[in-house]
Design a binder for this molecule. Structure first.
Ligand SMILES: [Zn+2]
Length: 427
């Protein structure tokens, strides 16, 4: 495919991003005059920017469907095939690869078991092969992929692209994922904590002004929160903000790795709840399997959730107590950040949700420790399926096109990561 050589670096100007954002948020099309009104940019600026976007193949301009007499106005729509992004979510049990188009729609998805890393090179080779398979299945030319986003359990170092030593990924210690993946795939690579990737994704897909201040509760093999304040993801000094796993919620609870008792991350972990289900007679030892194996925990947790769905009292009780404990941690989070909304998601959320939905909001609202004087909205992630994988892919779009100035600054431009200057081809 021949490129016209339009440089994203040159495109990544504020006005361009603002116009593109206005267009992508109007899937049925918007006129140049409409964009002017939406963005407060002059007609001249909008016209110039639109021309460049059309030339770059990111936007299509065509006559609106005819209505009555007169010449129909020209409207601009996003060219959803104008570019693609790949997201990879590394979970202790599975790795999910998602290919999204410019509109954010998932075009293809692959899941594989997470390799136990003794040899990081092997993992990177496998990930590169999966990426090839993904593009092949979707019939997408690699030249049209803007970049690769990686969502990993924390802690990470996004500047160097190193996955430090996530507690749930034994064997993953200082894996230099970003540079290795960049070398193996030739694509620019971004890396972010899973919960933060989820936040970026929620912001990207929500209506302007709809979701600005919220905490994202990420319930997976590990427990994490992501935070958005003022419409932007909160990353902190080292991009590891939001680690709430060590908030104590049960003084007599299980001992945590940190040496304290009853941290929310350990007492509500799926593997802990599976072990409780065995003690309570909800699951047999055999059904529970090996509670140190993330895949087996996943299926055993599914059985526990099925039992709760079927109304088995001991199963409902286990998930109720866990929901109350999560609520206690959320009270701390809401007090600390003064957010008005909590969004739930993550790989295991849907399984605990039927019980949590009935228990958790009330437990937060009636907690005597809740200080904020306003109501709190509880909602579920707007991203279907694996929010972190889609979130990881969204990182790429957000980095390239977000009209928020700080999004242009996250650590993508290190030498090892390559720059976001992808030649576009006009379809
Ligand atoms: Zn702890």
């Amino acid at each position: 495919m021949s490129g016209t050589g339009v440089n994203l670096g040159a495109l990544a100007e504020f006005n361009v991003a603002v116009v593109l954002d206005a267009i992508r948020r109007h899937p049925s099309g918007v006129t140049r005059t409409g964009i002017s009104a939406l963005t407060a940019l002059s007609g001249m600026t909008v016209s110039n920017v639109c021309r460049r976007l059309v030339e770059a193949g990111l936007v299509i301009e065509e006559a609106a469907p005819a209505r009555g007499r007169g010449k129909p106005p020209k409207i601009l729509t996003l060219n959803r095939n104008g570019g693609f992004a790949v997201g990879v979510h590394i979970d202790p049990a599975v790795i999910t690869y998602a290919l999204i188009d410019l509109s954010g729609r998932v075009r293809e998805r692959i899941r594989t078991a997470t390799p136990t890393v003794q040899d990081a090179e092997g993992v990177v080779r496998e990930m590169a092969a999966m990426l090839d398979a993904l593009l092949l299945t979707a019939e997408i030319d690699r030249g049209r992929v803007l970049g690769l986003g990686v969502a990993s359990p924390g802690p990470i170092d996004p500047q160097t692209g190193v996955v430090l030593n996530p507690p749930m990924l034994p064997g993953w210690h200082r894996v230099e994922l970003r540079s290795a993946l960049h070398l193996a795939t030739g694509l620019p690579v971004l890396i972010e904590k899973d919960a933060t990737a989820a936040v970026v994704s929620e912001l990207w897909f929500s209506e302007p002004g709809e979701r600005r201040n919220f905490a994202f509760l990420y319930y997976g093999t590990g427990f994490a929160t992501g935070v958005a304040l003022g419409g932007a993801a909160v990353r902190g000094v080292s991009s590891n903000a939001g680690d709430t796993a060590h908030i104590p919620v049960d003084p007599t609870g299980l001992m945590c790795d940190c040496g304290r008792r009853g941290c929310v991350g350990v007492v509500t972990a799926p593997r802990t709840l599976v072990a409780e289900a065995v003690r309570a007679g909800v699951l047999t030892e055999r059904q529970a399997g090996d509670t140190t194996d993330s895949l087996q925990v996943g299926s055993a947790f599914g059985l526990l959730a099925d039992a709760a769905d079927a109304g088995v009292p001991a199963a409902v009780e286990i998930l109720t107590v866990a929901s109350q404990q999560i609520a206690r941690a959320l009270v701390v989070v809401v007090n600390l950040l003064d957010v008005g909304e909590v969004v739930f998601g993550g790989p295991f959320w849907s399984r605990i949700a039927p019980v949590a939905r009935t228990v958790l909001p009330e437990a937060v609202r009636t907690d005597p420790g809740l200080v904020v004087p306003h109501g709190i909205r509880f909602s579920e992630s707007s991203i279907p399926g694996d929010v972190a994988a889609v979130g990881a892919a969204t990182l790429v779009l957000d980095n390239a096109f977000s009209p928020r100035p700080e999004a242009l600054r996250i650590g993508t431009t290190g030498e090892s990561a390559g720059r976001f200057s992808v030649p576009f081809s006009t379809p």
